[in-house]
Design a protein around this ligand. Sequence first.
Ligand SMILES: [Zn+2]
Length: 347
Amino acid sequence: MGVSSDKNEDTNGEIFFLNTNFEIDINNLYDENSWYSSLKNRDEEIEGIKSLIIEEFNIIMENTKKSLNDYNKNEKFDLSLTFLKDMHFVACTSNSEIKLSEGLIIHYYNFFKGFLKAHHNSYDFDDGIVEMIPIKFILYHEIGHVVHGHIKLLENRKSNNEAISTLDQKSLEYDADAFALSRIFDEYNGVIKNSIDNCNNSEEFKKGFELMLLVLIFEKVILGIVIAFFIIRKPDDFNKFDTKKHPPTFYREVLAIESLKSLLASKINVQKIFADCELTLTKYVGYDDSIMQKFVADILDNIVHVDDIIKNWNERVKYEVKKYSRFPVEGIDFVFEDGKPVLKGTF
Ligand SMILES: [Zn+2]
């Protein structure tokens, strides 16, 4: 989800995202050898998970194509999906292809499923619709880089010899995350709406039912997002902020909270659910309290950078994205009012 510079030069112009450089080992989460050895002799299971992911990707692509806007029609949109046995990135994207790291993506899937199972009492909405959330988030994030024209923007900057600052890169990552969240929100909101529409009870009952579904489903959505960030989180996330291409995962979480807050309005307490998920997850992997305290202290020390990313997006980057985006751009084409996108008069 970060745009890696080292790999750009030797991949025929392909742009790599989410380069994770697993140099830190926390409970073996980032230990490439232990991951691959744990997957040995499990070919059938791996193929099964891969076909689930391909199925998910096809649905996501179909949904995205349906929602494409008339803007920038000459920017074609079609992507294929391939798996690589390479642990140096989670996902990377060009204008024609998304590549996923087989080892990491299967780890994501198993980690989330294992976590849901371990917390079966509190996470018992077990009909298969939530297991894919972290992977859905990654896929939508990568698709967002394409349909919002980020790749085109970077290519154009490059061909004009214009610099791409790491702050600009971070603003693009912020936008890709926001895109992924809004697509996931739309998808599950559709599931909830269908259930309510098919319900013949009183309006009052429907209201209560809707709230219950919102909490049940979005708790897991938020958990999936927290896990998506958690797996690539590193204790040195906050160091060298200026030179890194993607925001530290905690910032991305703070930004995701803000995005989900505008999508869910005041219906559920997004911030509290994020905090609870973070805490449960910390216990699940047996994190020492001190690791968490250090993260929190680092966030507070550096929180100003979150504003920098948003400010840079709002003041400059969104206008450049608008030139290439196949979707409406928030703040230009529409704004959120009380959880609903309201179109502005620019088109
Ligand atoms: Zn990205």
